[in-house]
Design a protein around this ligand. Structure first.
Ligand code: FAD
Length: 293
């Protein structure tokens, strides 16, 4: 099923994002994780594409296929074009088709440290246009509620979202954020620019301070005082930090759902404990929103 159809039929879409495990971790671990995630009834699971990874040694298709064909959950395979030729991308898309996968998140990818971009497509909008022209995929695109790190201005971000919508993106998934008010300002600007496709809000629960500091340096997301207070207070107590991080994410999600966002995309980082705790806390709220009268 194409994810666009889920947005047409549901008020609030709920999805998870996972990554292909390192080759050293066991197959049983990922099977167990997927079994547990399946029990939480997500609308779909998206699978990341290794940063700077090449098409052929990439494990995204393998894991996406497992999600879709073994566990019966809709899968969205991420794809970055920064290092790939047109032929590589064609190969990747054909492999997706052969694995019955109809959804792709089309990205440019981060510029490598050496500044070298080997791919033929310069921006995500170009690859979206290309995929849309020759293939029958449902295409998701990334958006940045606080602007993209290379181009912090909101005007630039809105212009880029327009380009991606016009190129054929069916919906957006947002970068993680910790301040809902910033997200609502962003949505107002998107609406004023007449961007019509749905936007899923990306939420990442904190599990440790280092991980969040890394994510913040990569994404430029701002941290509200309320949030940094929790991190500072429980920095050396992993269990307390994890539980406080879950509570913070739940509070964010409840506020977002009750404000009427199109969807919640949970960066679960292959951690089914986080997914279970958060899904359990919002189950009734989601069911109420999605009730058909
Ligand atoms: P683009 O939309 O191409 O934008 C990149 C920059 O170029 C922006 O600053 C934009 O303003 C600018 N720009 C775009 N078009 C133009 C133009 N025509 N003229 C001038 N400037 C322009 N990375 C991975 O490696 N693997 C993943 O699996 C992955 N998954 C992600 C999932 C989500 C939900 C998100 C939000 C990000 C993900 N990323 C992933 C990170 C992403 O690859 C980086 O943020 C990357 O730097 C930008 O990708 P993009 O597709 O948004 O690029």
């Amino acid at each position: 099923m194409k994810i666009g159809e889920i947005f047409e039929n549901k008020k609030t879409v709920f999805s998870f994002e996972i990554f292909p495990p390192k080759t050293t971790s066991s197959v049983e671990t990922i099977y167990r994780t997927l079994e547990e995630l399946k029990g939480l009834n997500p609308d779909y699971i998206s699978v990341t594409y290794g940063a700077g990874g090449s098409i052929t040694d990439n494990k995204t298709i393998e894991l996406s296929s497992l999600v879709k064909n073994k566990y019966g959950i809709e899968a969205v395979a991420h794809l970055t074009c920064i290092n790939s030729s047109k032929e590589d991308i064609e190969y990747y898309l054909n492999s997706l088709k052969n694995n019955n996968i109809e959804n792709v998140l089309a990205l440019r990818g981060d510029i490598p440290a050496d500044g070298q971009m080997k791919g033929e497509f310069k921006y995500a909008s170009e690859i979206i246009k290309n995929i849309n022209k020759y293939n029958d995929f449902n295409i998701a695109a990334a958006c940045y509620p606080e602007g993209h790190i290379e181009n912090k201005g909101m005007l630039k971000e809105i212009e880029n979202m327009k380009r991606k919508e016009e190129a054929g993106a069916a919906y957006f998934i947002s970068q993680l954020f910790f301040d809902n008010n910033l997200y609502y300002d962003f949505l107002n600007k998107v609406k004023a620019a007449n961007i019509k496709i749905p936007i899923e809000a990306g939420i990442m629960p904190v599990t440790n301070k280092k991980q969040i500091e890394r994510m913040v340096s990569l994404s430029g997301a701002s941290l509200p005082k309320k949030f940094t207070k929790i991190m500072d207070k429980y920095e050396y107590n992993p269990e307390a930090l994890r539980e406080a991080g879950i509570a913070y994410a739940v509070e964010q999600i409840v506020d977002l759902i009750s404000t009427g966002v199109d969807g919640i995309h949970l960066y679960v980082m292959n951690n089914s404990y986080l997914a279970k705790k958060i899904s359990g806390s919002i189950e009734t709220i989601l069911a109420t929103e999605n009730k058909v009268y």
